[in-house]
Design a protein around this ligand. Sequence first.
Ligand code: URA
Length: 433
Amino acid sequence: MRMYDIIEKKRDGGELTKDEISFVVKGVTDGSIPDYQISALLMGIFFRGMSEKETLELTLDMAHSGETADLSGIKGDVADKHSTGGVGDKTSLIAAPIAAALGVKIAKMSGRGLGHTGGTIDKLESIKGFSTTLSREAFINQVNNIGIAIIGQSKNLVPADKKLYALRDVTATVNSIGLIASSIMSKKLASGAKNIVLDVKTGSGAFMKKLPDSIALAEKMVKIGKGAGRNIVALITDMDKPLGNYIGNSLEIKEVIEVLKGGGPEDLKEESFAIAANMVSLAKGADPEEALTLVKGAVADGSAFEKFKEFVAAQGGDVSYIDNPEKFPQAKYASQIRAKKDGYISHMQTEDIGICASLLGAGRTKADDKIDFSAGIILNKKTGDFVKSGEVIATLYTNDESTLDSAERKFISAISYSETKPEKRNTVIKKVM
Ligand code: URA
């Protein structure tokens, strides 16, 4: 088989066979196909797309290109969730302990933040002592003993995706729905869970800015999941404003604690509870409405919060921080952003708000950047709120005073005002199943 012929076939709109796709994934993984030929094929796929069959074959081959998690040692129904990434998205840390408190097994591998989006692993590491690496045996034992463990992704999970993503990134081929779907789903399949809830964001802070694209991505990923024999649903959720009011690692842990104790902002509660309910519904075969009642009950009776503390303690975290969130170190510098005029906040350019948090030190622009766990933003007002001129909209926090100027400018330019109240967007927009 020759890579030249495969590129030519895709260039001309042909459908690649299972063997041809396997040849490509093997050559990408072992380095035997040069980058220029892989890049040419990626561009061919970008323009010609992939059939359902091709997308599934590519995903399955990629999922098996490296280590895969063997969760067969876990007793019970394992569920996982995945978000396509956003600003202020801490739903994993709320939904996972709730589902675990209701008897679902959570054996989760999460990622770090990059660019304008945060990552669950960074948030957890803002808790003193918390370890996000566990041996395979310790991981499985913890899930069997307390129902939940969350660790960083193994370096050797889906090496074919690492290579392909790096090439897509420099050849302007990231934004192909088929390639995104196979990239995300290959990692989810390799992570092993039988039951998967996808949270596909849409709006100015999302990877997919337009609703039809988010729905198309969700539909593709659900088809792949089903084709691979998993139980899977996708929720399309709003990321046209940050989720919740706190952005930044330890700030977000504080908001997680608020929600698990029964408080917190409505949008964050609604979305996290919907995700948890779908995890419970898939894993336990429960009716989704009944599952939602169970989820709310686990928060109201304190069992979800207790499960979160048990999980933090099991991975070496100092639980006194969870009981007394004021113990999290506070950033040295704070800057209040005030409204420039009277009116409604009509829009928040959410990607820019994520970049603002990153500039303050809460995120990374390069994979090896160090994070300032206490840096971030607390929002007092969001899209749809009425503000008076001079009223505080948000407070920016950092330990590096030199970042404040550019972060303030970024934040201010992200906010638009109007005289009339903007139309309300739902938090959970649609379910794809
Ligand atoms: N996230 C991924 O993991 N892969 C993509 O291609 C895009 C977003």
